[in-house]
Design a protein around this ligand. Sequence first.
Ligand code: C5P
Length: 225
Amino acid sequence: NSIAAIVPAAGVGSRMQHNAPKQYIKLAGKTILEHTLAKLSQLPQLSRIVVAISDTDPYFDELPQIDSRVIRASGGKERADSVLNSLFFLEANPPQWVLVHDAARPLVNIDDINTLINECIKANEGGILASKVKDTIKRGHTYSEQTVPRDDLWQALTPQLFKYDELKSALQNALVNGVTITDEASAIEWANKPVKLIAGRSDNIKITTPEDLDLAGFLLNKQQN
Ligand code: C5P
């Protein structure tokens, strides 16, 4: 059951209003990307940790080395392209499973990742960390048109764990067909394959906007103490 991690980290972070991409913002003494890689480095099951980085990114090679399993691959135009490029990067010696985790989610809990890995391998099916929607959800534009029943609504988190072959063909097919792919699970669903929902901590936030930084900094400090 070999598992490689893929960390999409080739975004420009346009919603962050910051010069460098958001994964290089420092929180609690380290860049967001270093925090994320430090979390993954606590997983001995991972054979390789492929980080998708833009070819024009001058920052990544300047980071202190965190783990000897970390390898740089080329990112792509969208997140899905970055993941697909990383899958191609692993093609010569493919793992059985790939664990895809956003660079922008440094708060992920290690026990949650282990639960995801154990449950998926036990069931021999792919799956994702997700958390039940807590808020009341409205559909609409200027006015609310509808309150969406939330009993079966989940917020998709990462990591997401899928079989290497299944994910590669699902992503390729979905991209060729112009399907909007915002996570690995959307490609797998489109291929009519199962996606197990594994409940994870909801503080595994994706740092996207400036408001997220204060909260993430607070939580990272708390985790380190
Ligand atoms: O932009 P968003 O927050 O959805 O990005 C999620 C993750 O995907 C981030 O870690 C970002 O660096 C990565 N990404 C990527 N390649 C892109 C766009 C985003 O690896 N072209």
